[in-house]
Ligand binder design. Structure first.
Ligand code: FAD
Length: 570
């Protein structure tokens, strides 16, 4: 059996930042990072537009309080305000710390870190490295893992969380290279496994964003929080769905409909294209519904032409390249076709301010921590502001790392029945390889993704979601009857896809059940049958417990420490 003091599942920004903090706090600790990709291929590398922090380099009027207010308002008042205060207060320090690690942020002419406008932020506070910010940060963090002697298990797929007597004791994983199965035990287990964009059929997320960490947590009997809040990013490149960063609108691009109107004037006149994402995505969807998509089709235009070639090529070169390479549009001379695309999960594994996982309203799980997109410390509530996610990964990755370094002091390694878990994992894999099956993975996955998109997308109703629930039950049955062509043990990506399909379905069911129970509209969750926000009943966090029998919904209170909820207008 493999052993470490701490194991972190996930080599993106949150996992790497936590690992660095543990090693810095107590260099004697033996820390490992496990990832199904190479860490540098984690989804974080794709982050484009930047990371918010009230550095005041461009806007001296900015403050952490203003950042906190924008975040809480953006969240439609569902964010936990104690968590938001930490996020905004610690932001400037974590940016400077990254700079000291070697991250090459873009600069002002006087040499200070540049900051740009972003949706829902009332000041120019987003620090960036052109439109490749995630790339710049992740590369430095991974270099630092090596510097601090963190062991990396790359291309190992974690398939099971070992949770016994309310204590996380380790994980079961298999090596993509040769199918070897191992149990890894530790004094503390941290999940930093990212989001679940692949639950839907059009997404800006990479192929690895299948919600495995969420599904493993739910399957272990623990709750998932606020899963109904699924972020649609307004500007997915049509028709492929990859992201055209909000940085493009931050630099001044317009959204226009088939009549050439900047239609955001009708929906968010004070913020226009830089309204929060939930509002901007719904506005685009309304325009398309009203037949004002370009040529009556399912997209509008993002127009950068007035920015000029120099600005486009220096500030958002990657977005230009994406549009050019993927749909043949030269954004210097042509508008880019866009429509909303699934982008981010506001909910996740519920954690306290130290990143320790909650087993319910008042209780914690021993030895289990989470941070980053997979976690819900609830700084985003019902809608995340752009450039607050990288920040969350770094602030809460660091904080969780520090908490873990303290937690494991003087603890023994837990006991684990290695043979039991190895046998169970072998049997699960063998069964998948050998079952005759009727359906191809791709067929079931596509039908499932289409179903989630159709029945639990931008606009939701009770009736629609109930139909979706029935269809998913059928698809879940089909997912038990898939067959695999590849029976081998070397780089069997089909096997990984089969396991990921199970994750997707658990996550999808939890989203749908949480959305069905929330009979109000708040942030990204828009119910046409309940179009108003209802603070009386639903100013609460959903806690969803998934089991083979269904999904049980409970609620827990929101921490309101600074700003009383108000009507949200832009
Ligand atoms: C295109 C795009 C652009 C974005 N731009 C910005 C931006 O400019 N600013 C901003 O704030 N946010 C941005 N975001 C959001 C932000 O990038 C993500 O929320 C953030 O990077 C998530 O980091 P993470 O560390 O939580 O997870 P990830 O970076 O997704 O890492 C997850 C890790 O978990 C591993 N993993 C998952 N499942 C398993 C398993 N079963 N076994 C082993 N390992 C596993 C993966 O291999 C990976 O290493 C963007 C998102 C997208 C899609």
């Amino acid at each position: 059996m493999l052993e470490h003091d701490v194991i972190i599942i996930g080599g993106g920004l949150a996992g790497c930042r936590a690992a660095v903090e543990i090693a810095r706090t107590d260099p004697s600790l033996n820390v490992a990072v496990v990832a199904k990709t190479h860490p540098i291929r984690s989804h974080s590398v794709a982050a484009q537009g930047g990371m918010a922090a009230a550095l005041k380099n461009v806007d001296p009027e900015d403050s952490w309080e203003s950042h906190a207010f924008d975040t809480v308002k953006g969240s439609d008042y569902l964010a936990d305000q104690d968590a938001v205060a930490i996020l905004a207060q610690e932001a400037p320090d974590v940016v400077i710390d990254l700079e000291h690690m070697g991250v090459l942020f873009s600069r002002l002419t006087d040499g200070r870190i540049a900051q740009r406008a972003f949706g829902g932020h009332s000041h120019n506070r987003t620090c960036y490295a052109a439109d490749k910010t995630g790339h710049a940060i992740l590369h430095e963090l991974v270099n630092n893992l090596r510097r601090y002697g963190v062991q990396i298990y790359q291309e190992w797929y974690v398939m099971h969380l070992i949770l016994v007597d309310n204590q996380a004791r380790g994980v079961v994983m298999f090596h993509l290279l040769d199918g070897q199965i191992e149990v890894l035990r530790a004094k503390a287990v941290m999940f930093a496994t990212g989001g679940y964009g692949r639950v839907y059929n059009t997404t800006s997320n990479d192929y690895a964003s299948t919600g495995d960490g969420l599904a493993m947590t739910a399957t272990a009997g623990l709750p998932l929080e606020d899963m109904e809040f699924v972020q649609f990013h307004p500007t997915g490149l049509y028709p492929v769905g990859v992201l055209i960063s909000e940085a493009v609108r931050g630099e001044g691009a317009y959204l226009v409909n088939s009549q050439g109107d900047r239609f955001m004037a009708n929906y968010a006149p004070s913020r226009m294209e830089l309204a929060p994402r939930d509002i901007t995505s719904r506005s685009i969807a309304y325009e398309i519904r009203a037949g004002r998509g370009i040529g009556g089709g399912p997209f509008v235009y993002l127009d950068l032409r007035h920015l000029g070639k120099d600005k486009i090529m220096s500030r958002v070169p990657f977005c230009w390249e994406e549009a050019h390479r993927l749909v043949g549009v030269d954004a210097v001379t042509q508008p880019i076709p866009v429509r909303p695309t699934i982008h981010y999960c506001m909910g996740g594994i519920p954690v306290n301010l130290e990143g320790q996982v909650r087993s319910g309203k008042d209780n914690l799980v021993e030895g289990f921590f989470a941070a980053g997109e997979t976690a819900c410390v609830s700084v985003h509530g019902a809608n995340r502001l752009g450039s607050n996610s990288l920040l969350e990964c770094v602030v809460y990755g660091k904080r969780t790392g520090a908490a873990i370094a303290q937690y494991v002091q003087n603890r023994q390694l837990p006991s684990v029945d290695e043979q039991h878990y190895i046998t169970a994992a072998r049997q699960q894999i063998q069964a998948l390889l050998e079952q005759p099956g009727k359906y191809r993975i791709n067929q079931v996955r596509q039908a499932f993704q289409d179903c989630m998109t159709e029945y639990c997308g931008v606009f939701r109703t009770q009736e629609l979601m109930r139909q979706g629930w029935e269809k998913i039950a059928e698809l879940q049955q089909q997912s038990m009857e898939i067959f695999l062509d590849d029976k081998g043990s070397c780089w069997n990506t089909e096997l990984v896809e089969a396991l990921e399909l199970r994750s997707l379905i658990v996550v999808g069911q939890t989203i749908l059940a949480s959305a069905l129970h929330r009979q109000e509209s708040r942030g990204a969750h828009f119910r046409e049958d309940y179009p108003q926000r209802d603070d009386g009943k639903f100013l609460q966090h959903t806690m969803a417990y998934h089991s083979p029998a269904g999904v049980d919904i409970h609620y827990r209170p929101v921490a309101i420490t600074m700003f009383e909820p108000q009507e949200r207008k832009y």
